[in-house]
Design a protein around this ligand. Sequence first.
Ligand code: ADP
Ligand code: MG
Length: 243
Amino acid sequence: MMLNSENGTAVRLEKASFSYGEAPFLFDVEFAASKITAIMGPSGSGKSTLLSLVAGFETPRSGRVLIGGGDVGGKPPSARPVSMVFQENNLFAHLSVERNVGLGRSPSLKLTEADHAAIAGALKRVGLAGKQRRLPRELSGGERQRVALARVLVRDRPVLLLDEPFASLGPALRDDMLDLVADLQAERRMTVLFVTHQPEDAHRIGQDMVFLDNGTVAATGTVADFFTKAGPEAFRHYIGAGP
Ligand code: ADP
Ligand code: MG
């Protein structure tokens, strides 16, 4: 699938608005993302809701969501070229690692030889070779997030949505996982929307930044610009860099 439209943008929101009840929550959200775009903002600012609009779990009340230049508004999540990793609870507790990863290829639990090979390859790639028979509870938190990434690998969709996936991991493990995401993005030319509350994580792998505040886009720009002294004031305030 050719994902990058002429303007080189893989995911675009156009004046997207959304509400859970009566009052609008996300309001006129507009940005274009390719490569790795970090999405930051205070708790409750709308980061997860924004990913839900791209994934198709929620539908905007107005405005559009485009992927690869095409409006995906009418498509259910399963028909969108997207995969997602959440902060936790990515795995089915009663299914082995292998079957959890296999769900990325097919909703059926019957795995073909080709499926087994793809799963083994993905587990090796995330450093979990040999753990395919384990249950999620027999893994560490970091290993469970690796399983979720392996499922993304076998799913092989061009857009990856990450909702604070590494927030519960220690710094060394987090850096490993971030580097893995950066490698995957480069290899597969994916577009990654990376929600994080860790500025250093955004700095490590993000090219662009969307900063949300109270349901609106407060600032956008390159990550490098965000981290200069002249970066957006709302962001500097958020990370405690002073006025
Ligand atoms: P963030 O991920 O930035 O912390 P969210 O997108 O989860 O923010 O939430 C944005 C706002 O929407 C919050 O005020 C939250 O309470 C509200 N919200 C989130 N999910 C729901 C829901 N399913 N029903 C009603 N309100 C919700
Ligand atoms: Mg959230």
